[in-house]
Every structure is written in C-alpha cells, then in structure tokens.
Design a protein around this ligand. Structure first.
Ligand code: NDP
Length: 340
C-alpha cells in the first residue's frame, strides 16, 4: 500500500487513475479546485473512508507555491501522480491559459515535494504524445515514433494556433520536469506517461455533454450528427484507451523498473473514419446521425502515416492494450448515460 497524492482528481483520466489506485489498496489524497468537486468524487466512492480517500483544494496550479500545503500529509506521502493540466482549446492567451498552468504546475509540484515531502520516492507525470510528435514532419510515413522522440517546439510556437499552444505546454512541462531532476537531484524518481488521443468511458462527474473532456468530444460530435456532411481529419493517427493510460500511471508508480523513463502509451493507429464505422456497427439508434456512403473524408492519408513503438510500455509496465472497437463502444455507452 502506498500513500499517494493525485493531482487533478476531477479530470477524465484522473478519475480512472483514482479507481485503479483504490482497487489496488493504495491510500489517496486527490487535489481538486473546489469542495463541490471533492463532494462529487466522494459520492462516487461511498465505501472508502477518509483514510483511503481524502481531498486537498488547489484552486489554480498556475500559482507559484500552489502545492505547498497539499504535499503535506499525515501519514506522509510516498508517491505523487500529477495529472492536472489544461487540455482544452478555449484559449484567449496561450501563455496564461495553457503554458503557465502546465509548466508552473509541474515545476511547482516538484519543488513542493522536494521541500516538504522527503518521504516521496516517486513522481509520475502525465505528459503527452504532444511532447513526442514533430509537427513539422506531417504524416512522416517512414518514421516510427517512440520515447526517443521529442517535439522540437519552443515557446514561440505557442502563438501559432491553439493546437500548437497545447503541444508546447506539454513539451515544456515535461522538459521542465526532466531539467528539475537533473539540476536538483531530488530524493525521488520520475516517470512520464505520454499518451496520444485518449478515448474511453467517462467515469468522472459530468453534468452535461457540453462539459465533456476534449478528446472524447470527437465521439460525442459523431453521434450528435456533427460529422454528417464531413468526417474531420484525424490529425495524429494514434490513440489509447483511458483504462490503459490509468493503469500505466499506477504501474509506473509501483515498479522501480519504470524510474526515470518516459512511456509512450498507445494502442496503435486509428482514423476518424474507423470510429464512425464502429459506431455504425454497434449502435443502430445513431444511423441517421452518421455520415452516409457519399462522405469519403476522415480516413488515412494516401501516403500512409507514421508508425508507433509501444514496446517499452508493454515490456516494463505490462500493458495489454484494449482494442479500438471495445474502447469506442464503451465510450458511446457511457455518453448515452449522460444523455447523448
Ligand atoms: P480533463 O480536462 O478532464 O482534466 C484536466 C484536469 O486538470 C482537471 O482536473 C482540471 O480541473 C485540472 N486543471 C486544469 N487546469 C487547472 C488549473 N489551472 N488549476 C487546477 N487544476 C487544473 O482532461 P484529461 O483528463 O484528458 O487530461 C488529464 C491530463 O492528461 C492532462 O495533463 C492532459 O494534458 C493529459 N493528456 C490528455 C490526453 C487526452 O487525449 N485526453 C492525451 C495526452 C495527455 P477542473 O476539472 O476543475 O477544470
């Protein structure tokens, strides 16, 4: 049993991380922005007492010293899983809205752990394929992405468009974590989890489909009929199920073999067109919302796309990836429960 601080407990991925931590017997304090969010998480886990599930309020991770109090605990923490970071495209100022919470949030939690939580031996950070991909290479069919790749983006790229700004936020946040490890030589080890587009069941509190997390919005849009005339371009042709992402975080926390490593957690290739076909096959009730046979967009590029190497996550973390069809079916079922 490990005493864990989980940041951003109200999020799509964090809710699955929390479920797995609790099921595996760990004791968790999770940070949320408000007491109301804490209450919703508590309601979803009625059988766990305060010793197993507790909360700390951290209103804004972009504030220096945001985690100064949250990292203190009795009994003391042994591990931290840092998932909190903005993933949305409602951006007016890329620095304020995305870069600062990502970078200051990451360095802030590391600094506070070093200062106040000497018992912490491991920090797992949710990074992203955004910190791996090289956007200037396009589909790059001759390339295989792995943990060896780094997005070469710099702060200047944050001003190009919102997608670039998000990618810069994740790249700079992860770099700042590895820089911290190198320069500060802390008492703890670090692992990063780098997923591409994450799909899967919504288990966190969601009061409406409008508040759905960014990555699942594609599936929502398809079943609400927004793709009827055109299936949008897929973008990065790789994906992963949220349960695998969550398990990777917990395994990285538990296994010393994961120390000081990045993990590119991906189940492989997919296209938006394949997503539509899975929904068509399993959900007759959405037939008239889906694009007809005349709509030919949303598939793979003719030239092909990059390949992915997920061998490190399979070998060290033991992840056996959930197939695309199952992931999409489970996601749609969970969206129906919220009113889709
Ligand atoms: P969510 O939007 O569901 O979760 C984001 C979490 O971060 C929420 O708990 C949110 O709190 C919290 N947060 C954001 N900004 C702040 C802030 N300024 N102060 C305090 N808390 C903040 O998205 P995901 O679950 O998808 O994302 C979780 C992590 O996974 C992020 O680091 C994201 O970059 C990463 N990721 C996600 C991928 C995906 O496809 N979903 C792919 C690759 C990486 P609140 O709910 O209160 O807003």
């Amino acid at each position: 049993m490990t005493r864990v601080l989980l940041t951003g407990g109200s999020g799509f991925i964090a809710a699955h991380v929390l479920d797995i931590l609790l099921k595996r017997g760990h004791s968790v304090v999770t940070t949320v922005r408000s007491q109301q969010k804490a209450d919703k998480i508590k309601e979803a886990h009625p059988t766990y007492g305060k010793d197993k599930l507790d909360f700390a309020i951290v209103e804004d991770i972009a504030k220096e010293d945001a985690f100064e109090e949250a990292v203190k605990s009795d009994p003391p923490f042994e591990a931290v899983i840092h998932t909190a970071s903005p993933f949305h495209f409602n951006v007016t100022d890329p620095i304020k809205d995305l870069i600062n919470p990502a970078v200051i949030g990451t360095t802030g939690v590391l600094k506070s752990v070093k200062k106040h939580a000497p018992t912490v031996k491991k920090v797992v950070i949710t990074s992203s394929f955004a910190a791996i991909v090289n956007p200037s290479k396009g589909n790059w069919p001759e390339h295989t992405y792995s943990e060896a790749d780094w997005n070469p983006a710099t702060l200047e790229d944050a001003h190009k468009d919102t997608t670039s700004a998000y990618r810069v936020s994740k790249t700079l946040a992860e770099k700042s974590a590895w820089d911290f490890v190198e320069k500060e030589n802390p008492n703890f080890k670090v692992s990063t989890i780098n997923p591409p587009m994450v799909y899967g069941e919504v288990v966190h509190y969601l009061n409406s489909l409008d508040a759905l997390n960014t990555s699942n919005q594609r599936i929502r849009d398809a079943i609400l009929g927004k793709w009827k005339e055109e299936i949008p371009p897929t973008g990065g042709f790789c994906w992963v199920d949220v349960r695998d992402v969550a398990l990777a975080h917990v395994k990285a926390m538990e296994l010393p073999a994961a120390d000081q490593k990045r993990f590119f957690v991906t189940a492989g290739a997919y296209s938006n067109r394949e997503m539509v076909e899975v929904i068509r096959k399993h959900f007759p009730e959405y037939q008239d919302k889906l694009p007809g046979p005349d709509v030919t967009s949303g598939g793979y590029p003719e030239e092909g796309s990059f390949k992915v190497d997920n061998s490190r996550s399979r070998t060290i973390l033991g992840i056996e990836y959930i197939p695309f069809e199952k992931s999409i079916v489970d996601t749609v079922k969970s969206l129906k429960a919220v009113g889709a």
